[in-house]
Every structure is written in structure tokens, then in C-alpha cells.
Ligand binder design. Structure first.
Ligand SMILES: Cc1ncc(COP(=O)(O)O)c(C=O)c1O
Length: 317
């Protein structure tokens, strides 16, 4: 690359065309093109940020609502303490900012909201304090992140990042290199996603989703102490499964249980509820997943405002 052949300054990033026209950037709503950071930004260099992924769903009546808006912002502000960041905005204020952004950006159909708390100082110091913490939020349209009718999973050779290395529960930007290693290898081998194990070989979670194993009427998911994100969808699904009369337990899960289970499914804001059809090319159970599909149906009814019991999960925009 010579000075005569610069990168095209205006080349859009993949998917950038879809990103909403307005963003929240350093305390104000600005055109997305003005929400820029320097290449010397601390978080860009070292991954010293925490983020969230939130969805807004088109409702049965044609309006739009944000799912678990306050819960996501409360988790992000709590996790910010891990990277010693604090920002003046409260969770309630950030929900209002997000409603405003979604109204302005007016995406067709369902939308995804990406807030992050990052260290905006231009600094190469490897540290956490004194680096100016800021919040950015952008939004985009988003359909299904993974197929919801049966996915092919594989157990990754990459270990889930350990709580004493980078806490998985923190949703820390830098830790997603671990998830990207696993997802990349899984995709290259023809799978939809990877399952990561803890350092001592127990099931943790998928690259960007929590995992449940169904055996009979038991629906089990790894405990939060097994290097998983405390998924907001995970909690919602535990409630839905209990409401459906299933026995919900948090316990350690062995790798071999994945191959012997009746059903396995992933949960997350992005993946929603995604049953697995196979794991490491072994069909899961009978190849049908009636319990996963029942939970999925109940979840979609809840997020689209068709089940009054869960109406408090939704914030109209
Ligand atoms: C590693 C990881 N686990 C689990 C989840 C699911 O969390 P939530 O249900 O809060 O979206 C996510 C994010 O979607 C994630 O990135």
C-alpha cells in the first residue's frame, strides 16, 4: 500500500448499509457517520469495553417493543464495574435514549440494539482507570441470527475463557475473541455454532448463547459459576419452562450428556431459542425436539406481546 493507493475512505463495512441513521455517541444523538473514534482509542486497542445485545420486536398489533430493556442496561452498568468504568447515564435514561433512537431509525420489522461502554481515551497504557468512560449505542434490523428449526453444533477445541482470565459473565468486548475463535472453526467445518467447555471439561455455553439439555422432563443448564454469561434469555426460559410444568435445574453438565440428551437447545437475545439437530454429527435424541419447540413457541408469543403473563418484559417504543 503506497500513499497513492489509500483505502477508500467511504468503503462501507459489511452490513453497515443497514445500521440505523442515528446513533447515541458520547452523550448526544448524532448522525451515524459522526459517531467515530480514533484508532488510538484504548478500547479499540485492548478490548476494554463491556457491551449488550438487545432486541426490539414487532408486536402482534403492529407496534414495536424492546425486550428486557432495563435488565440489559442494568447488566451493562453492573458489568462496567469489572473494567472499572462508570458513566453518568442511568439504566432508565438509556432505555429512553434507545426508544428515541428506534423511533428515529424506524427499522422495518425486528431490530437489534448494540450499546457499549468503552474507554475513549487515546492511550496505550495497559490499565483501566483514568481513561474516560463513554457510551455508544447503534441499532440495526435483525431477523434470525441462527436458524430456529434445528442447528448443527460441535464441541470446540477452544476452552471457554476462565473467570480468572477474563470473566465470561462480564460480557467484556475483549473476551469475544475467545468466542470468535470457536465460532470461526465451527463455521469452517460446516457447523452452525460451537459449544465451549470449561477448563475442567464441563459444558459452558455456545459462542454467543446459553445452552440447555433436556432429559425426560428435566431441563438443565450449567450454573453461572461454569464460565457462562448470566443470560437474560436464560432466566426467561427457565421461567417459561417452569410455567410449562418442566423441572428446571442449574447443574454441571458433562460433555457426554450432550450426546445422550433427548434435546439440546441454545438461548440468547440473538439466537432466541434454537434447538440442535446434531452435535458433532450425532443426531440429538430422536431428531425431533417437541419440548424445545414448545418453549420456543411460548418465547415467541411472549416477545411479540401475545402472552399477557410476560407483558412486563416489553417496553413499547
Ligand atoms: C457468550 C454469550 N452467552 C450467552 C448469551 C445470551 O445472553 P442474553 O440472553 O442475555 O442475550 C450471549 C449473548 O447473547 C453471549 O454472548
Amino acid at each position: 500500500m503506497t500513499a497513492a493507493e489509500p483505502y477508500a475512505a467511504s468503503a462501507p463495512a459489511v452490513g453497515a448499509a443497514d445500521i440505523g441513521a442515528w446513533a447515541y455517541f458520547e452523550g448526544a444523538v448524532v448522525p451515524i457517520g459522526d459517531a467515530r473514534v480514533s484508532i488510538a482509542t484504548h478500547s479499540f486497542n485492548y478490548g476494554t469495553a463491556v457491551f449488550e445485545g438487545i432486541r426490539a420486536y414487532r408486536q402482534a398489533d403492529g407496534s414495536s417493543s424492546i425486550l428486557f430493556a432495563r435488565e440489559h442496561y442494568e447488566r451493562m452498568l453492573r458489568n462496567a464495574r469489572l473494567v472499572r468504568a462508570s458513566v453518568p447515564e442511568s439504566a432508565v435514561e438509556l432505555v429512553e435514549v434507545t426508544r428515541d433512537l428506534l423511533r428515529r431509525n424506524a427499522h422495518d420489522g425486528d431490530a437489534y440494539i448494540r450499546p457499549l461502554v468503552y474507554k475513549s481515551a487515546r492511550s496505550i497504557r495497559v490499565k483501566l482507570t483514568g481513561l474516560d468512560d463513554r457510551i455508544g449505542i447503534f441499532t440495526m434490523p435483525l431477523g434470525d441470527y441462527l436458524p430456529t428449526g434445528g442447528i448443527r453444533l460441535t464441541v470446540s477445541g477452544w476452552q471457554r475463557v476462565n473467570d480468572n482470565a477474563i470473566p465470561a459473565r462480564g460480557k467484556i468486548s475483549g473476551s469475544y475473541v475467545n468466542a470468535a475463535f470457536a465460532a470461526e472453526d465451527a463455521h469452517a467445518a460446516g457447523y452452525d455454532d460451537a459449544i465451549l467447555l470449561t477448563g475442567d471439561g464441563h459444558v459452558a455455553e455456545a459462542s454467543a448463547a446459553n445452552l440447555f439439555v433436556v432429559a425426560g422432563r428435566e431441563v438443565a443448564t450449567p450454573p453461572l459459576t461454569d464460565d457462562v454469561l448470566a443470560g437474560i434469555t436464560r432466566s426467561a426460559i427457565m421461567l417459561i419452562a417452569a410455567d410449562a410444568g418442566l423441572e428446571v435445574v442449574e447443574r454441571r453438565i458433562d460433555r457426554s450428556e450432550l450426546y445422550l440428551a433427548d434435546e439440546v437447545f441454545l438461548t440468547g437475545t440473538g439466537v432466541q431459542v434454537a434447538p440442535a439437530s446434531s452435535i458433532d454429527d450425532r443426531p440429538v435424541g430422536t431428531g425431533e425436539f417437541p419440548i424445545s419447540l414448545d418453549i420456543q413457541r411460548r418465547y415467541f408469543a411472549a416477545v411479540r406481546g401475545s402472552d399477557e403473563r410476560y407483558a412486563h418484559w416489553l417496553t413499547p417504543i
